[in-house]
Design a protein around this ligand. Structure first.
Ligand SMILES: [Mg+2]
Ligand SMILES: [Zn+2]
Length: 194
């Protein structure tokens, strides 16, 4: 990729609870178990098309620690991602962390809220993080990444409070995508907060 190319803005999308439905068991949202269970929010393709038309790159960044824990097969996880990619051909890239974290002896630099997934995609696609957005359903994992990489990047979580988890019935990636498009400061290169 030539250095002369102008870096582009991206929207970094969480997967579970933003692109596809999650199921709530014991008050906690769980990702689908397999491709069969994987179901998009019906208005997400439209949201992606609008973001694309506004010149955003679209990158999915997702933690799938069940693979590292051994409670989901890598094959099942990959089948879901294939299903997502074919349902949303406008996606430019999917970055996945399969690690389960230090507690499972799998430290890594890519498990959100660490920034590895965004850094990988940004290097591959020449992304300007300062004009980019992160959409997630959990404040902690979404905000920490962006604040480290691009202190003034705009973050949209499932709800505005800093609580970590929201009920699946309230999740709606499309609504957050529309909020990106309505952002009056969209397109500006935002300078870091001090
Ligand atoms: Mg999520
Ligand atoms: Zn990882």
């Amino acid at each position: 990729m030539g250095k002369h190319e102008v870096a582009r803005p991206a929207v970094f999308l969480d997967r579970d609870g933003v692109i596809n439905r999650v199921t709530v068991r014991n008050g906690t949202p769980h990702p689908p178990c397999d491709a069969e269970e994987f179901e998009l929010y019906e208005d997400v393709p439209d949201g992606c098309a609008r973001l694309k038309a506004a010149n955003f790159l679209l990158v999915v960044i997702t933690n799938q620690p069940d693979v590292g824990r051994g409670t989901q097969s890598r094959q099942a996880a990959e089948a879901m991602n294939l299903k997502m990619q074919s349902a949303l051909p406008l996606l430019d890239r999917i970055e996945i962390c399969y690690h389960a974290g230090e507690r499972y002896g799998q430290p890594c630099d890519c498990r959100k809220p660490r920034p590895g997934l965004i850094l990988r995609a940004a290097a591959e696609l020449n992304i300007d993080p300062r004009r980019s957005y992160v959409i997630g359903d959990r404040w902690r994992e979404s905000s920490a990444i962006s604040l480290r990489l691009a202190p003034s990047a705009k973050i949209f979580t499932g709800r505005s409070s800093k609580r970590s988890v929201i009920p699946s019935s309230l999740l709606n990636g499309h609504r957050q995508m529309q909020a990106v498009l309505r952002d009056p400061r969209r397109g500006e290169r935002r300078s870091p907060l001090r």
